[in-house]
Design a protein around this ligand. Structure first.
Ligand SMILES: [Zn+2]
Length: 268
């Protein structure tokens, strides 16, 4: 905990409609939002929480989300800025397996992958309305194969044979590094809290809440498996933030993101 540092790794932006971001509320119209990963450099190991989207995948499958991602906004590019390589990462934690949270898993050839057991089940048997969300299965070539899907040729996948460790319930992965169950957006969604020496704990909502505005309005996104569970998880995040005096960091919040530290700066 005392030596833990947290870096936010900028992964570029995507576009969705306002009625998707704010379900049945809107207003409609294009909303461009950030995607980022979190590097936790902890005395027990280096953890990456979520791995953003893969530009080629989005252009191929969801080009209407209009990705903007510079060369240095890939995970290898972001890690290079702070002197790390993907091989230096020990653990990848996925909040869930939507394409914009697991597109960079393939770079982490030496890491153990940690996720909720229900999420790994769900991504291989998605509901019909979840197919686009779970469209990038490059994080689990074996699951893609079992589902009869051929992954596009990609040199990054040649060395990639992930090992999964599935969890359920709330878990303290390492001292001061907590996973909290926040289902509803997907079947097995986790949010992450990191306790640090010199500041309030950082509570990363992931897609249990896209933005401060979603939280203020108690308005979920239109992308969800279970809207009631989704709303309960938003309330849970609020309660956790109050209990631990934690600062909430939202997954896709263009306004908040401007004030987050990125570009090689860290929280400690
Ligand atoms: Zn999602």
């Amino acid at each position: 905990m005392s030596d833990t540092k947290v870096y936010l790794l900028d992964g570029g932006t995507l576009v969705i409609d306002g009625f998707h971001a704010f379900w049945n509320r809107g207003p409609g119209g294009e909303l461009r939002f950030p995607c980022y990963s979190v590097l936790i450099n902890h005395p027990d190991g280096r953890y990456i929480f979520d791995t953003g989207y893969d530009f080629d995948h989005v252009m191929r499958v969801l080009p209407f989300e209009k990705p903007i991602q510079e060369k240095d906004q890939t995970l290898p590019g972001q890690l290079a800025k702070i002197g790390f390589k993907p091989e230096d990462i020990n653990y990848v934690i996925n909040s869930h397996y939507h394409f914009d949270h697991c597109g960079g898993n393939k770079y982490f050839t030496k890491a153990c992958t940690i996720c909720h057991g229900a999420e790994l089940d769900a991504c291989s048997h998605p509901q019909p309305f979840e197919h686009l969300g779970y469209s990038d299965l490059s994080f689990a070539p074996e699951i893609a194969k079992a589902a009869g899907k051929t992954l596009p040729a990609d040199p990054a996948l040649d060395m990639y044979t992930p090992k999964f460790e599935t969890l359920k319930g709330d878990q303290e992965l390492a001292k001061g590094l907590w996973l909290f169950e926040t289902p509803g957006h997907t079947a097995g969604h986790y949010s992450l809290m990191v306790e640090l020496e010199g500041r309030r704990p950082m509570l990363f909502s992931a897609d249990a809440c896209y933005s401060q505005k979603n939280m203020d309005m108690m308005c979920i996104s239109s992308f969800h498996l279970d809207p009631v569970a989704s709303l309960k998880s938003m309330q849970r995040l609020k309660d956790l933030a109050a209990k631990y005096d934690a600062e909430l960091f939202y997954s896709h919040d263009p306004d908040s993101f401007k004030n987050y530290q990125t570009g090689g700066n860290f929280y400690a």
